[in-house]
Ligand binder design. Structure first.
Ligand code: GLY
Length: 375
């Protein structure tokens, strides 16, 4: 079997934002690293809106995930500065969660209670205060919660910047072991350590219980500055968000569907997103709809990420579910530390790949052959 390249120290399987960030951190530490992916940056990172939202993604019973997400949020300014904050459209003006109906307001109030119990810095806003913060909101909005700590970025631009810095071998991985990867054409890359950051495809490659969770997403294009703040809405019990870019693009997401490796955009998915976002932000009805897309979030059974060395000797960086963009830099720092025998900057014990050993094997959905693995 022919070798595919000179032997690097580390091979990272998966060229989404997580895998590329791991590769970049290793290279910065002086470790020779290469990423393997037939279509880097075309998976979940390409779909993602880019919310860096530890607070507005916080949910009951997930305080261990919240701790990681808050640490991730603190890692972002330095990461963005290194890549060029303007180049990646990194924006730190906070995020507003808004309630459409009285029932939605009740849900938001209890989320506000959760934020306060966790000691998170949030401001509860009345309807008029919401509209003062974001004039595009419908007058009927009942109230909201503003989080100054939740930021946003353009993930496609982050991936583009990382791809300028990290070497990628454009093949699909077919077989993976601790110290080598065999490509689907039979060629082999040997190394000292393999890291797997293959997003929703990790389960299919290695049997780790990671499932694909589909998210359909839309891109609108309007005048620059039309929407000033990213808004997360609860609209008649459904969740929707709108994230502005500096060039006038507005990303609207996202459905949450458990139906295997399906990336079809459906009439019903697009309808629900437009129905809810236009109820919340009626002024968006006049802007152009320029893209519809669907990506696959990688979800573990407990919805927490999988970061650390497995019993098989492979290092995992996957299962980031709804927070892959947010947690890419902290995951990269943690994995780079592990690979080099240093103490990671965060406690990884809740995220061990071995935590599922006692669980019954997950039934994994069938998938197309690996390409465009997601981070
Ligand atoms: N982080 C937003 C989403 O997964 O839809």
């Amino acid at each position: 079997m022919a070798d595919l390249s000179p032997k690097p120290d580390v091979i990272v399987v998966g060229g989404g934002i997580v895998g590329l960030s791991v590769g970049w951190q290793l290279l910065q530490d002086g470790v020779e690293a290469v990423v393997i992916d037939a279509a880097p940056g075309t998976g979940a990172s390409h779909a993602a809106a880019g919310m860096l939202a530890p607070i507005h993604e916080a949910y009951w019973g997930e305080s261990h995930i919240l701790g990681l997400n808050l640490a991730a949020s603190q890692a972002w300014p330095a990461f963005a500065d290194q890549l060029g904050a303007d180049a990646i459209d990194y924006c730190r003006n906070g995020m507003l969660m808004a309630a459409y109906s009285a029932d939605d307001k009740a849900l938001l109030d209890s989320l506000g209670d959760l934020h306060e119990q966790e000691g998170l810095p949030v401001q509860r806003l009345r309807s008029r205060e919401c509209r003062r913060s974001e004039p595009l909101l419908a007058p009927s909005v009942r109230g909201g919660v503003y989080s100054p700590l939740d930021h946003h970025v353009n993930p496609r631009r982050v991936v583009a910047e990382l791809l300028k810095r990290v070497p990628v071998i454009a093949v699909s991985a077919a077989e993976i072991a601790r110290d080598q990867v065999v490509a689907d054409d039979g060629r082999r890359v040997a190394c000292q350590q393999v890291v797997v950051a293959a997003g929703a495809w990790t389960g299919r490659l290695l049997g780790v219980p990671v499932r694909p969770v589909k998210g359909q997403i839309l891109r609108l294009s309007g005048p620059e500055g039309l929407l000033g703040l990213p808004v997360r809405g609860v609209v008649r019990g459904s969740s929707v968000y709108a994230v502005p870019r500096s060039d006038g693009e507005i990303v609207v997401g996202a459905t949450q569907e458990e139906q295997g490796f399906d990336t079809r955009v459906t009439a019903g998915g697009v309808y629900e997103l437009l129905r809810d976002v236009l109820a919340l932000l009626p002024g968006l009805s006049e802007v152009d709809l320029v893209e519809t897309w669907a990506g696959l979030r990688p979800g573990a059974p407990d919805n927490a990420p999988i970061i650390g060395a497995g019993d098989d000797g492979i290092v995992y960086a996957t299962g980031h579910y709804r927070n892959g963009i947010l947690t890419a830099p902290i995951t990269a720092a943690a994995v780079a530390a592990l690979v080099q025998g240093r103490r990671p900057p965060v406690d990884l014990s809740p995220f061990s790949p071995n935590r599922f050993d006692a669980m019954p094997a997950a039934r994994l959905p069938d998938a197309e052959p690996l390409s465009g693995v997601a981070g």
